[in-house]
Design a protein around this ligand. Structure first.
Ligand code: C2O
Ligand code: CU
Length: 479
């Protein structure tokens, strides 16, 4: 055999290949997420213009920031997580995960001020499990994030969560270990603090493209609890859901667990429920009504007899101007830390995988992302800007944010307190909160596959550390 290519051309081809490949290899190697990573050592500290701290990497461990250690629980729940087949009424069997053999898991109901104790046992979920109390501002050790506040609970192991039900409202819980898979396949449930006699619960969840309400598919029916119902809508999916009422006007009485001040009557409009978010509606039920849940066959009818059928209204309730203003208890103009959370995307590698649209935070890719550092007592302002081409439901653990403005337009309605904020492409929200719950808190997109692709960072208090690690021997994979 003779090689016909002249040596000169071979050399040039070789050089060209090296020139092209070197930066690619460089970026590939740089993108590899270390398989044992401390959340403390992730990325770079962003002090938001506040004092820089030498105490960033020492202090109290998150596992000391527990709920009341010795008080007797008012509500004690035992949950057993399993991988098994279960039934979706109206649809059929589903292979997924259960809590006490059901999905959604048992409803946890408490009075305001109660101490809730949940003992979670993992029977046979191989990756391990945890439970996170979405929207409840628990002490950090009870937050249920694998690799940040605890280790994933392996088969045969248990973990006890204890926290006070400080704030009345509609919440939910879900696994925060391999959450993009475990939540979708069933490891979630409802948590209500201070239930009311007129409650109707509508937790919406999509299992493998099958949208359900309260775990059931198709038109479902509940009895009218009285002349009006408080419909507690919970969106446990990865995308926003439009909800509306066929056959009556309604009021939006709470957002993410917090009551709206002076809600007004709404008719012919839909309301958007952010992924992870909750909206409570007050609906007159002297005649049967139908709650539209994103379109499709699954709806919830309240009352006996035929309920009207409608289509999704075009107009939407704008929470920026809904209800009446009220004091928020602090002055955002006196902010002591100011952060930006810019969500973008770029071509490149994420953990060694090439892609055209990996998420960035302030131009950086996970795990090289900003860690927002605060001290207890700080007044914090944050501008969340999305230019990534997709919607992101942004969720900060352990705190509630109040919306100050959207796209430069000031909020004029009831204080819009939120923990799950739907940030559309090309939208900019300015939010504020008080740093009053020390710990290391996830601040991530609740489209859980996006989080698994790195749209995650942390809010970190000075003087708090964590001994837990992501990856490594513990296999903690919160997203
Ligand atoms: Cu609903 Cu980080 O969680
Ligand atoms: Cu997202």
């Amino acid at each position: 055999m003779t090689l016909r290519l002249p040596p000169r051309r071979v050399l040039i081809a070789l050089l060209a290949t090296i020139v092209v490949l070197t930066p690619i290899v460089f970026f590939w190697v740089r993108s590899l997420v270390p398989n044992d990573l401390s959340p403390m050592a992730m990325g770079y500290a962003d002090y938001g213009g506040g004092p820089e701290s030498e105490h960033l990497h020492h202090g109290e461990d998150v596992s000391e920031l527990t709920g009341p250690p010795s008080q007797k629980p008012d509500v004690a729940v035992e949950l057993v997580a399993r991988k098994e087949r279960f039934d979706i009424p109206g649809r059929g069997p589903m292979d997924g995960f259960t809590l006490n053999h059901t999905s959604p898991g048992p409803r946890i109901v408490a009075q305001q001020g109660d101490l809730i104790q949940v003992t979670l046992h993992n029977d046979n979920v191989a990756d391990g499990v945890t439970l996170h109390w979405h929207g409840v501002d628990v002490p950090n050790a009870e937050d249920g994030v694998a690799g940040v506040t605890q280790d994933a609970i392996k088969p045969g192991q248990s973990f006890v969560y204890r926290f006070l039900a400080k704030d009345a409202g509609t919440y939910w819980y879900h696994s925060h270990q391999v959450s993009h898979e475990q939540v979708q396949k069933g490891l979630y449930g409802v948590l209500i603090v201070q239930p009311r006699p007129d409650d109707v619960i509508a937790v919406v969840h999509t299992y493998d493209k099958v949208r359900t309400v309260n775990g059931e598919y198709g038109e479902r029916r509940v009895a009218a609890p009285g002349p009006t119902a408080r419909v507690r809508l919970i969106n446990t999916d990865n995308g926003p859901m439009a909800a509306w009422v066929d056959g009556a006007s309604y009021k939006v009485v709470a957002i993410d667990g917090t009551d709206v001040n002076a809600p007004t009557e709404v008719s012919g409009k839909k309301v958007l429920v952010t992924a992870g978010g909750r909206i409570d509606l007050e609906v007159p039920t002297s005649k049967p009504v139908r709650i539209g849940l994103g379109g499709g066959p699954t709806t919830l009818v309240i009352g006996a007899g035929d309920a009207p059928t409608g289509t999704e209204p075009r107009d939407e309730v704008d929470l920026l101007s809904y209800g009446s203003p009220q004091a928020i208890g602090f002055d955002p103009a006196k902010a002591t830390r100011v952060f930006r959370y810019d969500i973008g995307r770029r071509i490149g590698f994420f953990d060694g995988k090439p892609g055209l649209r990996w998420w960035t935070i302030n131009g950086h890719q996970y795990p090289d992302v900003p860690m927002f550092v605060v001290s207890e007592g700080d007044i914090v302002r944050m501008t969340i800007k999305n230019t990534s081409g997709q919607v992101h439901p942004m969720h900060l653990h352990g705190h509630h944010l109040v919306v100050l403005s959207r796209n430069g337009v000031k909020a004029t309605g009831s204080p819009w307190w939120t923990d799950s904020l739907n940030v559309e492409d090309k939208e900019t929200y300015e939010v504020a909160f008080v740093a009053d719950n020390p710990g290391i808190w996830m601040d991530h997109c609740h489209n859980l596959p996006h989080a698994a692709q790195g749209l995650v960072t942390h809010l970190m208090y000075t003087g708090v550390t964590t001994k837990f690690h992501l990856g490594g021997g513990t296999d903690n994979q919160p997203e």
